[in-house]
Design a protein around this ligand. Sequence first.
Ligand code: DAK
Length: 260
Amino acid sequence: MEFKNLLIETADGIATLTVNRPQSLNALNSEVLGELECALYELNLDDGVKAVVLTGAGDKAFVAGADIKEMAEMNAFEGHAFALKGQRVMLLMEKMRKPVIGAVNGYALGGGLELALACDFIYASEKARFGFPEVTLGIMPGFGGTQNLARLIGPGKANEMIFTGRMIDAAKALAWGVANEVFAPEELMGKALETAKAIAQVGTLGVAYAKDAIANGLNMGKEDGFRYEASLFGVLFATGDQREGMGAFVEKRKAAFKGK
Ligand code: DAK
């Protein structure tokens, strides 16, 4: 499928998905959100894709937020439809089987930070800036930001970011645990692709079930989470990937996983 605001390149089982609206710092309008929903849905169903790297076009922004110019003109019904569309994208990223690495190359603000937080983890450029400026616009984060940021870095630091609307730089994002690693701008995509390739080589089903266990387990009490983990662990013993992985170890060869 052709997209107006997205670029998708696939190689070696890795899809690079780029939000491509640099004239607006890749801001998310309804059209971009709709395209993201379609693209993620398709990538999730594509057996040739083992992992996704999500980034923004240009050297200034990952995504500078929801499109303020479009939101400024919305009535209540349009605002509601916009909210539902955005939430569908964030939930789809969390629920899809393939891991998504956020390669944050510049501003990740508001809805853009929410998009980054919906990724499984974040690698950042030294030029990245993270923030929730919503309170400066008289609103608050609405695509899961209050929930995901507080779960990731704890309520104290999340409160400070969300209540002040101030941005943090890449070094602070690393120290606070928003980003897993920080790289020079020219190294960012190479490092994200390298990690995506490492994920593509291991057992596809093990990765998919681990993602499911972590995401859903966080919404459960600990013992329910343990039970859920045990169920998924058990199911893996009915798969070819488990037989292949353990067989390859015993036979001292490299495993060739099929994701089945
Ligand atoms: N929306 C629309 N256009 C944007 C934009 C945005 N978020 N961010 C930047 N742009 C546009 C600028 O207007 C400018 O366009 P022209 O004037 O050239 O036409 C172009 O991108 C370049 O931006 P600047 O000229 O401003 O570039 P600077 O380097 O000077 O500044 C900046 C970069 C990132 C500091 C600045 O652009 C900025 O402050 N941008 C706005 C950042 C922001 O406030 N983001 C949060 C948006 S609020 C909801 C759920 C979620 C949300 C809403 C509802 N529901 C559940 C209903 C989410 C809300 C948000 O994300």
